[in-house]
Design a protein around this ligand. Structure first.
Ligand code: C2E
Ligand code: CA
Ligand code: CA
Ligand code: CA
Length: 272
């Protein structure tokens, strides 16, 4: 028995080594991607439920070379601190895209940027946002940030102060992944947010084609706290027809559009 135990241990060890090497490899890819501009942004339309029109976009990062999705590198970027540089790149890229659309005569729509807790705790975030907006002559109301409850795990008090300062600039703040943790409702009462984004898994679990009272109850509750509600991951018409009857404010999902290259996102904008 002792022997097999040892054997198991060595197998475990090898997989750990593999994982370790994989992390180092991805960390190096992230550094190269930052140096060589291998990151790009896709823009996913968010639909105003009352009009059916695109009211804003969410910026989602991608790596082009090799092709990697955020789930493959964001957590490693968070652990290594590289997320600070990635985040600054995303903010800069998105604000420059807005400027670009503006120069070309398009009517702008707000773009939401995902920020991880470490970025909120970065001492210069507020100044960075403010200066990028100023340099490019973009109104703060055209930027939204999406955060998760995880901002409260470490340095929660400090992060709340930072979020409030961001909000004071005129930037909208959304609480992302709503419903994936149990304490969401409690946090809502003291986080300076304007919107909640109901997570796809939560929606999938609770959407009810006969009687959608539970999901609508959450929407009602959010509204009593003066929060707008986005429902994420809407993939099919049946869901849409249920949600259309409800009170949520915005919908997002493959049914309306996948995340788009900037050229394709431009098609969702109008000119005067
Ligand atoms: P998220 O913020 O919850 O973003 C929504 C994810 O759901 C995106 O995945 C999007 O492509 C996907 N999605 C949208 N509509 C549908 C749908 O109808 N069905 C399904 N199954 N999925 C849908 P993506 O782009 O792979 O991003 C994954 C996560 O990576 C994001 O989740 C976010 O947490 C993180 N992320 C993405 N970009 C950034 C970034 O620039 N910075 C940071 N810190 N995190 C990012
Ligand atoms: Ca998000
Ligand atoms: Ca989300
Ligand atoms: Ca998510």
């Amino acid at each position: 028995a002792k022997n097999s135990g040892k054997n198991k241990f060595s197998i475990f060890d090898e997989s750990m080594l593999f994982e370790f090497n994989e992390k180092i490899r991805i960390e190096q890819l992230i550094r190269s991607a930052l140096d060589n501009e291998w990151f790009f942004i896709e823009y996913q339309p968010i639909i105003d439920k009352s009009t059916g029109e695109t009211s804003s976009f969410e910026a989602l990062i991608r790596m082009s070379e090799p092709k990697l999705m955020p789930n493959q590198f964001i957590s490693i970027a968070e652990r290594t601190g590289l997320i600070i540089q990635i985040g600054r790149w995303v903010i800069k890229e998105v604000i420059e895209q807005l400027k670009n659309w503006k120069i070309n005569g398009y009517n702008l729509k707000p773009i939401a940027v995902n920020l991880s807790p470490k970025q909120i705790y970065d001492g210069n975030l507020v100044e960075f946002l403010e200066s990028q907006l100023k340099i490019n002559n973009i109104d703060p109301s055209l930027i939204e940030i999406e955060i998760t409850e995880n901002v409260l795990i470490e340095n929660g008090d400090s992060n709340i102060v930072t979020l409030q300062r961001i909000k004071d600039l005129g930037i909208t703040i959304s609480l992302d992944d709503f419903g994936t943790n149990y304490s969401s409702l409690n946090y809502l009462t003291y986080m300076p947010v304007d919107k909640i984004k109901i997570d796809k898994n939560f929606k999938d679990k609770f959407i009810n084609f006969k009687n959608n009272q539970f999901l609508e109850g959450i929407v009602f509750l959010a509204h009593t706290l003066n929060l707008k509600v986005v429902i994420e991951g809407v993939e099919d018409e049946d869901e849409y027809s249920i949600l259309k009857k409800g009170e949520s404010d915005f919908l997002q999902g493959y049914l309306f559009s996948r995340p788009l290259k900037k050229e394709d996102a431009t098609k969702f904008l109008t000119k005067n």
